[in-house]
Design a protein around this ligand. Structure first.
Ligand SMILES: Cc1ncc(COP(=O)(O)O)c(C=O)c1O
Length: 367
């Protein structure tokens, strides 16, 4: 069986290094916000090309901390509207509503899966304060268009980069550095994944960075001095140590993902299967390789019968979830079609040529 993702195999590559850092972590007695978090923040900021990186508890909290910081800075108020793609993982939209803001959903482009800039302006009104873009599946959103709209209407641009560690643009700017503030997840399945939860905020805004540093740690400025009503949203020291080891391999892993994507593009020739639209393969980090098929469920079953495990990202759109019953009457036909058709093929840096041949054979045989 070719697993959709074999996390044990992915992480056991680093076992010796993990054990070494665990031993010094154990011996250090410094388990929260120590040298490893600080070092990881520096290294990840450098990787993204930003001035500041703040390690936090997870990707959802990373987005929420950005919103909380912008509230304190006076850019956002409870009840303000935030434009967001309708086609995203629910966490993106939860971050908005959990922060007392109103998510305003916008249809994506069927081709790229990402927010369609042409649908944004009609949703802007006097309460709109920000756009939360998402680099879905590892491909950056249309940065030029989103930035232009944000400038025109004086909106904040925030990026959900949970699926896009290392994705870049033609000018060399990377995910985490194509907005006012970026949010990353280090959930174990991500391109850069911890051995537990983790996340980060990236920004070039010093005031925002300083606030997020406080907010993630009860709002404290120093021991027992609290300037803001903060949270406990810290990145674990041991996770930072693991992430530092894995960060060294991220470029190489992303490049292997691109090679696998090239293989899929060259070899999947089937009338029933629509390959993803990619504007530039070298800029994409293929967190997921998502094809579309009108007979998606049959294809999934067929591939499984041939020993190929796949996944669906995502089966139910946010506006159809019970949690968002208030959005149930909204119509997002493109989002719904995407949710009905998408299928994620195995995609990770350890897939072998033999695995890929088996996957291709099964795909080509399906009709
Ligand atoms: C697009 C997107 N946003 C946000 C998140 C939330 O990240 P986390 O699971 O670390 O809270 C995820 C991760 O699952 C995601 O895929």
């Amino acid at each position: 069986m070719i697993k959709f993702l074999d996390l044990h195999k992915l992480n056991s590559r680093f076992e010796n290094d993990f054990l070494t850092v665990f031993k010094s972590f154990l011996d250090s007695s410094n388990y929260i916000l120590g040298e490893e978090v600080e070092a990881f923040e520096k290294e990840f900021a450098q990787f993204c090309g930003v001035q500041y990186c703040i390690g936090v508890s997870n990707g959802l909290d990373a987005i929420m901390l950005i919103f909380e910081a912008y509230k304190i800075l006076g850019y956002l108020r409870e009840g303000d509207e935030v434009i967001v793609p309708a086609n995203t993982y629910i966490a993106t939209i939860l971050a908005i509503s959990n922060s007392g803001l109103k998510p305003v959903l916008v249809e994506p482009l069927y081709s790229t899966f990402n927010i369609n800039p042409q649908n944004i302006e009609q949703k802007i009104n006097s309460k709109t304060r920000a756009i939360l873009g998402v680099h879905l599946y590892g491909q950056l959103y249309d940065f030029d268009s989103l930035e232009k709209i944000c400038k025109k209407y004086n909106l904040l641009l925030i990026e959900d980069a949970a699926q896009a560690h290392g994705a870049s643009r033609k000018d060399g700017r990377k995910a985490g550095n194509v907005s006012d503030a970026g949010a990353f997840s280090f959930y174990p399945t991500k391109n850069l994944g911890a051995l537990g939860d983790g996340g980060a905020v990236t920004t070039n805004n010093k005031d925002l960075a300083e606030l997020v540093v406080k907010l993630r740690n009860y709002g404290r400025t120093s021991a027992y001095i609290n300037k803001e009503k903060g949270f406990n949203c810290r990145l674990d020291e041991i996770q930072a140590a693991f992430l530092r080891i894995k960060l060294k391999e991220l470029n190489s892993d992303n490049s292997k993902r691109r090679d696998i994507a090239k293989f899929y593009f060259n070899r999947v020739k089937s009338e029933n299967i629509l390959l993803p639209f990619v504007s530039n393969i070298e800029e994409h980090v293929f967190h997921l390789f998502v094809v579309r098929c009108s007979k998606r469920n049959e294809l999934k079953k067929y591939l499984l019968s041939k020993g190929v495990e796949t996944a669906i990202h995502y089966p139910i759109p946010v506006h159809k979830q019970e949690a968002y019953a208030d959005l149930k009457d909204c119509e997002f036909p493109i989002t719904e079609q995407i949710h009905d058709e998408v299928l994620s093929l195995p995609m990770n840096p350890l897939l072998s040529d033999k695995d890929l041949e088996i996957i291709i054979k099964a795909l080509v045989e399906f009709d």
